[in-house]
Write a protein that binds this ligand. Structure first.
Ligand code: SF4
Length: 390
């Protein structure tokens, strides 16, 4: 069963985000307001300082962290190891409500759940939980909206509202973990599972919100009670090709997978499909991705949404294969993704035979290629659809 929608607690009206002109990139979020600070914004040392600043005992950081990161608890009545006097105030200051779930939609017999969350300022963001036989993948948002303006993407067309805080990203995962633990994802007879994989492929370009996204990765992978203790190898950082961001991320030397949304191997088409390509070209993005592989040993994923008659030609598969092989072998694999049509869009998925041909031509170049499934496409929870029907 999906979580029942809760009533929003915010009375702040939603500001309208200005829609971008075609090709316009937005790096600076127009909305400056910040969500309340939260325990998950900080590492353990920062949590102690945060609590001390508010007049609380710094050692409460450990207790609160165990409640939040181990037990996914946020209700004061569940924290009986904290003194009753002042408990409510402590918890409301350290763990303020950041996201209120206003809508939950199910697909795939309940194995896929999309949650729509309302933030403190009325902005909405989305996360998707996908349950498979032995793993659970969660797709989270890093920004409200997105400034990268890819013309085939519903999120990009709506524009960028603001960056999410570290805690707002972590809270999406904690809410998902709580749903899983409560048996609210999948069927009753299925064994409970933990979240094993996180992909930063929801709303937003995570590398454009760099500091908060790196903070979130640390909260996800740090061992309990500092973080959620999810394996870094289960995390995928997705980018549309922000080359300076990829280079900076490489320096972090985290064993996280990098996914580069390429969608075209030639600049002429990519300039049109992915406006960021007007700043950093295909070869620069591929060089940065290759260097990421060299520094981390993690094989890079190239994401390629197959769009009918736009980028699905055999010669483009060959060109992609050649460009990847020119940089070395075994460093990359390609995920062609059938495009999820969004309402009113001229962009649509490739014909099945064309998709198969594209895959075979890449394989003929020795490139490991796997067509990605499009879980959740009937609830607009697949890539490029997250702002389609909020
Ligand atoms: S495809 Fe990704 S980067 Fe492009 S607009 Fe959509 S969310 Fe942003």
């Amino acid at each position: 069963m999906a979580q029942q929608p809760q009533q929003s607690t915010t009375s702040t009206p939603v500001e309208l985000t200005v829609k971008p002109r075609p090709g316009q990139l937005t790096f600076d979020a127009p909305r400056r307001g910040k969500p309340p600070r939260h325990l998950a914004d900080f590492d353990m040392a920062g949590r102690r300082e945060f609590l001390a600043e508010m007049g609380h005992q710094p050692f409460r950081a450990g207790q609160l962290s165990r409640h939040y990161f181990d037990r996914f608890a946020t209700a004061p009545e569940d924290m009986t190891d904290l003194p009753a006097a002042g408990r409510e105030e402590l918890v409301s200051q350290a763990l303020p409500t950041l996201l209120t779930t206003v809508r939950s939609l199910e697909a795939d017999q309940g194995d896929t759940v999309k949650n729509v969350h309302r933030c403190f300022d009325g902005a909405t963001v989305e996360s998707v939980l996908m349950r498979y036989t032995h793993r659970v993948t969660m797709c989270i948002s890093s920004q409200a909206g997105c400034g990268m303006n890819c013309p085939f993407c519903a999120t990009g067309q709506a524009g960028l509202t603001r960056n999410l805080s570290t805690a707002e990203m972590v809270e999406q995962v904690v809410q998902g973990a709580r749903m899983l633990r409560g048996g609210r994802v999948g069927r009753a007879e299925q064994e409970p599972l933990r979240i094993s994989n996180i992909v930063f492929m929801g709303m937003g370009e995570a590398l454009a919100n760099y500091k908060a996204s790196i903070g979130a990765i640390h909260r996800l992978i740090d061992p309990s009670p500092e973080g959620l203790g999810i394996s870094a190898r289960g995390i995928t950082m997705s980018t549309v090709g922000l080359v300076p961001g990829i280079r900076k991320f490489t320096q972090e030397k985290l064993p996280v997978t990098l996914a580069l949304s390429l969608h075209a191997p030639d600049d002429e088409l990519r300039d049109e499909l992915i406006p960021i390509n007007t700043r950093w070209k295909v070869d620069e993005a591929l060089d940065a991705a290759y260097d990421y592989y060299q520094a981390t040993g993690r094989r890079v994923s190239i994401e390629y949404a197959l769009i009918r008659d736009i980028n699905d030609h055999g010669w483009r598969a060959d060109l992609l294969g050649e460009k990847l092989n020119a940089r070395g072998g075994g460093w990359v694999h390609v995920n062609p993704i059938p495009l999820n049509p969004t309402p009113g869009s001229k962009w649509t998925a490739s014909r099945p035979g064309v998709e198969q041909n594209f895959v075979e031509r890449l394989r003929a170049h020795g490139i490991p290629t796997t067509v990605r499934d499009t879980r959740g496409s009937d609830i607009d929870g697949a890539c490029g659809q997250l702002a389609a029907t909020v």
